[in-house]
Structure formats: C-alpha cells, structure tokens
Design a protein around this ligand. Structure first.
Ligand SMILES: *Cc1c(COP(=O)(O)O)cnc(C)c1O
Length: 351
C-alpha cells in the first residue's frame, strides 16, 4: 500500500447539516487493474481523475459500486457494519459484468487505513455516519463492445447525516405499473451502475405526482412487489412479516438480511415469499395491512405511510411508523452505534 498524504486539508462542512453524499473527505483509495492483475493500493489526496473521452465506462457503463458505513461512538471507537459482505457482493457484481474480482482482505485493509487517515471526518451525532463508496469502472480507451482489459477500483468517503431530510417520517410510495427495474436474467440482483440510471425516470414521474419513490413490480407479470426505489421492501400482514423472495431480479440487501435475522431471533414469523399487489390491497381492505417499510444501508429503515395504486392512495398504519419498523430501526442502529450488544458479530473494528 502506498500512501500520499494531503498537504492541503479541506474545510469541513457543518456536521449538523450534512445531507447525503454532498461532501468528501481529504483522501481516497485507488487501485488499478492492468496486465491481468491488480496493482498496488494507493491512498491519495482526494482529486479528479483524468479520463480519455474514449474510456469504456463513459460509453457502455461497465461499472459497479457498493455502499457501506463507518460509525464512531462517543469514545472515539470506529466500527463498520458487515462490510466483508459488501465486498463479497461487489465480487458477485464484478462476475456478472465481466470485471475482475478484488482480494477482499487486501482491499478491506486499504479501506480501514483510508478511514483511519480521515477519521476526524466521521460525524458522531445521532443518525450520522461516514458513507463509504467503493466503485469499479472499465478503464480501457476503446470503443469496441467487449469486456475491458483495464479497470480502476476506487473508494471515496462522505460524511452523511440522516438519509431523509424529514428523518423517519413515513414516505409516500407509488406502485409503478409501467416501468420495470429489473427482469430475471438481467442485472437487478447486482449493484451495477446502469440499474440506477434506468430507474430515474419512474422516480421523476412519481415525484411530479407527489410521491417520494416507486414500488417496483416484477417485470414478467407486473403482479408481485420487488423493491422500493433502491431499497428492499417488507410488509407486515396480519402479524406476519413478509419480504419478497430473492428470485433473481432483487438486490440481496445486507440490511434486508440483518432485518430477517433480528426479527426471527426475536420471535417474529418472517416469510420470504412472493407478495402480490392483490394480496396487499386485500389485506388493507380487511384491516390486516399492519405496516410497510423499506430497508437499505443509506436509510436503514424507511416506513411507508401511503401507497398509491391505480390512481388511489391507501394509508398504512395511520401514516405512522409501526412497531416492527421501529423495533428494527432501534435494534439495527443500536448495534451499529454500539448501544446494543452485537451478538451476531456484525461489527468490524477499524481503530
Ligand atoms: C443497495 C441496494 C439495496 C440495499 O442493500 P443494502 O446492502 O441493505 O444497502 C436494495 N436494493 C437496491 C436496488 C440496492 O441498490
């Protein structure tokens, strides 16, 4: 690992008003792939890349990313949450996009060092953390449509506040009946860059109609729910917690997996199953739709208060965060911030 320290430190933003992904720390990690192998990890002052206009990523989107968080508690102890799982998932994404896999242990050591160097950028107020963004892009200068021979892997760090401007207030979600996010056999189950570009238009139209995000349905029948925006979705129907089964078009979220484990361990019945819109509407009519919430690293848990479908809105749990969502939020963030015992060994010490 080669480290070049910044001699020109940035002015830090106001930590009480960070928003999401707007500020970046003083250093970044870069590792290039050439001649059939990964080169030495470099930690460098945060800076622009110089990219030839023909560089493959700019044309065909052969690019993947991850998102994870580092937390600092009151005693200055820094931890990350299940980050090896993120790097494993990144290697799955790499395989799907014909990109080279990274050495997880070596890369994690690099990320750890990067976070240690920029540790005074980690905010400590409630809900805040250091968002860690690894990404990998095709770096060949050529316009042929085939896998690149050169790649750049990099990691940038961003101090973030709570994901939603209005905190944990329930969101208003529109069930998307026209556009689809992912089809089985496509790239929906990996974190590749193009998935997000392709999902923007539906989100924009929903936003014009007054909704925060869309609830995606399966591509084949547009009958079964899959994800909410870029989060996994859970419903509580008649006391049973249900989340869509990982059928090949759904991103296997680490928060989703954590939520399932925490719930099962605490006596909840959890079903990974197909959930139709019809089942949700019927449950609502019978007064059995207890809760709905999204989950992901950025927001952790995001309750759904209103669900729009076919021009009508249904209100869930009086547009309040429900007990299952609250329990999960408190438990998962409690573990992340070191307030609740980490009996799953999810935390990784950084300092
Ligand atoms: C990243 C992501 C999630 C959440 O995954 P986590 O590992 O929990 O952060 C869910 N759905 C999509 C489409 C995503 O990109």
């Amino acid at each position: 690992m080669k480290i070049t320290y910044s001699t020109n430190k940035k002015q830090k933003p106001e930590f009480s008003n960070l928003g999401f992904g707007k500020y970046f720390t003083d250093h970044m990690l870069v590792m290039d792939y050439k001649d059939g192998k990964w080169q030495e990890i470099q930690i460098l002052p945060y800076q622009d890349f110089s990219i030839d206009p023909s560089t493959n990523i700019l044309h065909y989107g052969q690019g993947i990313f991850e998102g994870m968080k580092a937390y600092k508690n009151k005693n200055g102890k820094i931890t990350m949450f299940r980050s090896y799982d993120n790097l494993k998932r990144m290697n799955n994404s790499a395989k799907r996009l014909c990109m080279p896999e990274i050495d997880i242990d070596e890369v994690f050591e690099g990320i750890k060092k990067l976070i240690q160097i920029d540790s005074d950028w980690i905010p400590t107020q409630s809900g805040a953390s250091l968002y860690v963004r690894p990404a990998m892009i095709a770096f060949d200068k050529m316009l042929g449509v085939h896998p690149a021979h050169e790649y750049r892997f990099f990691v940038i760090l961003s101090p973030v506040g709570s994901y939603y401007a209005n905190g944990l207030a329930p969101t208003k979600i529109m069930i998307e009946e026209n556009f689809v996010r992912a089809a089985i056999g496509g790239t929906g189950e990996v974190k590749c860059m193009g998935n997000y570009a392709a999902s923007l238009l539906a989100g924009e139209i929903a936003s014009q109609k007054g909704y925060d995000q869309v609830l995606w349905l399966d591509a084949a029948e547009k009958k079964y729910v899959e994800e909410v925006g870029a989060m996994n979705i859970f419903f509580v129907i008649d006391g049973i917690v249900k989340t869509p089964k990982l059928v090949g078009s759904i991103l296997p979220g680490i928060t989703r997996d954590s939520a399932i484990k925490v719930l099962k361990d605490n006596g909840y019945e959890v079903q990974e199953t197909r959930i139709s819109v019809e089942e949700i509407l019927q449950a609502q009519e019978e007064g059995k739709l207890d809760e709905a919430f999204g989950c992901g690293t950025a927001a952790v848990i995001s309750p759904v208060g209103v669900l729009g479908y076919g021009g009508k809105d249904i209100i869930i749990n009086n547009n309040q965060m429900g007990p299952v969502a609250s329990f999960l939020y408190d438990t998962i963030t409690g573990i992340q911030y070191g307030k609740i015992e980490d009996k799953y060994n999810w935390l990784i010490a950084i300092n």
